[in-house]
Design a protein around this ligand. Structure first.
Ligand SMILES: Cc1ncc(COP(=O)(O)O)c(C=O)c1O
Length: 375
């Protein structure tokens, strides 16, 4: 018996669909539904009467929980509206000089390419390293980091198309050795694979809640290590960026010492309520247990796909695997395969030339078998 099967009851989506698209937009649990209902009920019945103990208290509680999830300190966490905003805070906030270089790769989602390209007007060059068979070889990164004027490495924890897991500890070590900043797009792993920003030497990390964290869209986490906080000039500042920010009478621009300085105004409180309940569930189960279960489901999927002679596009080495399995079926466009599966109630999607399946801990073996049978 799978020890996580008890969690299935939190996901009514299972009554209708084999939902295997957590790398896209995930469904929410009844725990998140209840947290949102709690927020709506309070806002409807009492408005902001208990702002301190209802709104503010939950925002700070969730900041603490998010810090635990990432291995960070609460003062290193800011809430943003999405992953892109977090990456943008770094791109727009660092003090660039013409000739500075950012290193990323051609497996990345556009959100981790365009913010760097957008610095071209400041003379910043972006090196787009070529991926090989869906993964980025560490040696290529090492060479690029030694190039003169390399300031920052921007990579995802897991590549969105192939599902290749990047070795964050090794990359973080390389960055530390070469004095390069390390900025991670964590959206394809946070909530599914363990994260420890401190042991990985990550300087900045951004991740939205609507994928593996199983929350709603529009509320994301941004981590900024204390050691580099002053390296980023906040792109936008407002009443909430400063110390003593409920004193609206005496103007001053003393920025908060922590990442709260990046929250310029009123936060997305319903989003934070949802994210809090989602993170509570992840921490209750344990991210290591979640990882083990997701990899077990993906092993089953990979074995079945190999038996059916499907072409696997995800790297399969022990250290490369993640929540994503990408494949193609001989003689069929991935878009058609994905559409066919969706018509049969199996939610997968086409990305980067493959059918992308991305189960989470509450999926069961039968859902994987349904996908295999439908092929
Ligand atoms: C790796 C990666 N980064 C970023 C995003 C988008 O992030 P957001 O919409 O939160 O900015 C996605 C969405 O698919 C993604 O896969």
């Amino acid at each position: 018996m799978n020890p996580l099967s008890r969690t299935r009851a939190f996901f009514p989506v299972t009554e209708e669909i084999a939902y295997l698209n957590h790398a896209g937009v995930a469904p929410i649990s009844t725990r998140v539904e209840e947290a949102l209902a709690r927020f709506v009920s309070e806002a409807t019945r009492r408005g902001a009467l208990h702002y301190d103990r209802f709104y503010d208290a939950e925002v700070e509680r969730v900041r603490n929980r998010a810090a635990t999830l990432l291995g960070a300190r609460p003062e290193e966490i800011a809430f943003t509206k999405n992953t892109t905003e977090g990456i943008g805070l770094v791109a727009a906030g660092l003090d660039w000089s013409p000739g500075d270089r950012v290193v990323t790769c051609d497996l990345e989602y556009p959100s981790n390419v365009y913010p760097w390209w957008n610095l071209q007007r400041l003379g910043v060059e972006t090196t787009l390293l070529p991926g090989q068979d869906g993964r980025l070889p560490l040696e290529a990164v090492e060479t690029a980091l030694h190039e003169p004027r390399t300031r920052l490495l921007a990579l995802s924890s897991v590549e969105f198309g192939s599902g290749a897991r990047n070795d964050l500890e090794a990359l973080g070590r390389l960055c530390a050795q070469t004095g390069v900043l390390f900025c991670v797009d964590g959206i394809q792993s946070i909530g599914c694979l363990p994260m420890d920003v401190s042991s990985s030497g990550i300087d900045f990390l951004a991740a939205d809640g609507h994928k593996w964290m199983l929350s709603v869209e529009g509320c994301a986490l941004f981590y900024c290590a204390t050691r580099v906080i002053d390296a980023i000039h906040p792109r936008v500042v407002g009443w909430r960026s400063v110390t003593d920010n409920t004193n609206f009478d005496d103007y001053h621009l003393n920025l908060q010492s922590g990442a709260g300085r990046f929250e310029e105004g009123t936060p997305n409180t319903p989003g934070i309520f949802a994210l809090g309940a989602a993170i509570d569930l992840l921490l209750e189960i344990g991210v290591e247990e979640i990882e083990a279960r997701v990899l077990e489901l993906n092993d089953r999927l990979v074995d079945g796909l190999q038996e059916k002679r499907a072409h696997l596009r995800s790297p399969l080495g022990d250290s490369d695997r993640s929540g994503i399995v990408s494949f193609t079926v001989a003689g069929e466009e991935p878009r058609r395969t994905a559409a066919r599966l969706r018509r049969e109630g199996i939610f997968v999607i086409e990305r980067r030339g493959g059918v992308r399946a991305s189960p989470h801990f509450y999926n069961d073996d039968d859902e994987i078998d349904r996908l295999l049978r439908a092929l």
